[in-house]
Design a protein around this ligand. Structure first.
Ligand code: C5P
Length: 301
């Protein structure tokens, strides 16, 4: 069998269903307790062999926001995996950047994790080969979770992941006000006591039970993010006002917020109700239970 001509894989948005800040390390990084899940609202990554690589081409609606990035995390992921395998990083990457940047949905980490998944397939690594997971933590605290791409509890500064109890079928609307909300100032603006960890002990029976459990938890970064980007309050209010919304919450350090819904039709109606707000990006999505399968484009095809 010849090597594939290219491998394409989705890089799903990460949602922090709750996020507690439980401490702070001497180096300034914060200790977190978070339940993360992934949505089928995604960037798209395609890798193909290129003897002149590594190279990257970024297209898509959010490409311009990455133009100033000197060393894209996706490129670093390719170099890291190649280095770990002792092979040249002879690959070119196409990144279709659809998710908003600096938006609390882990876009850069998701892209890096998708490159690891795509290259594992392009380079014929057997399932469970340790190199992608070994390369992930040094690329960013969120990259191991994005590589797992299933619901998980995050500890440490985000790099310690454990499988979460099974989540019920649940749909989301992701809404972003179109304003960047970089992470470091949000953490710096956080004050007050730390929260305790609050992991889910049991699998919620359905979407309503999941929302009820989440309602007892918070995103501790919401207050500081709203102080910096007050429009986050408008987004949360708009989501809360949609019919059938079980819970509205900010993800990560913002500004993207999500509403949870019990079925796809209710989520689609809610997204339609929010469409047309100037500058907002609104998408209905399903929460994923497993990583998306890479699509292999055969050589000569
Ligand atoms: O890893 P990421 O790029 O998301 O982190 C950006 C910044 O956010 C870090 O440099 C740090 O200031 C802050 N941060 C933190 N605690 C974390 C993750 C990020 O304080 N667990």
């Amino acid at each position: 069998v010849s090597a594939p001509a290219a491998v394409r894989v989705a890089a799903p948005a990460k949602l922090n269903l709750y996020l507690h800040v439980v401490g702070r390390r001497p180096d300034g990084y914060h200790l977190l307790d978070s339940l993360v899940a992934f949505a089928d609202d995604a960037d798209l990554v395609e890798v193909r062999p290129d003897p002149e690589g590594p190279a990257i081409e970024v297209t898509g609606p959010a490409a311009a926001a990455l133009a100033d990035e000197p060393d894209n995390l996706a490129l670093r992921a390719a170099r890291a995996l190649a280095g770990a395998l002792g092979r040249p990083p002879a690959v070119s990457i196409r990144l279709d950047k659809r998710l908003p940047v600096a938006a609390g949905v882990g876009g850069g980490s998701a892209d890096a994790a998708a490159v690891l998944r795509a290259l594992a397939r392009l380079w014929g690594l057997p399932d469970g080969h340790p190199a992608p997971a070994a390369a992930a933590p040094a690329l960013g605290a969120d990259v191991p979770a994005c590589l797992a791409c299933r619901p998980c509890h995050m500890g440490g500064i985000g790099e310690q992941i454990e499988p979460a109890p099974a989540l019920p079928p649940v749909w989301a609307v992701l809404a972003n006000p179109g304003l960047p909300c970089p992470t470091p100032p949000v953490f710096r603006a956080r004050t007050g006591p730390f929260s305790g960890p609050a992991r889910l002990a049991d699998a919620p029976a359905d979407a309503a039970a999941l929302a009820a459990a989440l309602a007892e938890r918070r995103n501790d970064l919401e207050g500081p993010a709203r102080a910096l980007v007050p429009e986050i309050g408008d987004v949360l209010g708009a989501l809360e006002g949609t019919r059938g919304c079980l819970l509205a919450r900010m993800s990560g350090s913002g500004a993207t917020c999500f509403g949870l819904y019990p079925d796809p039709a209710t989520a689609a109606r809610a997204a339609a109700a929010l469409a047309g707000r100037p500058g907002w990006r609104v998408r209905a999505a399903r929460l994923l239970h497993a990583p998306p399968e890479p699509e292999v484009l055969p050589a000569g095809g």
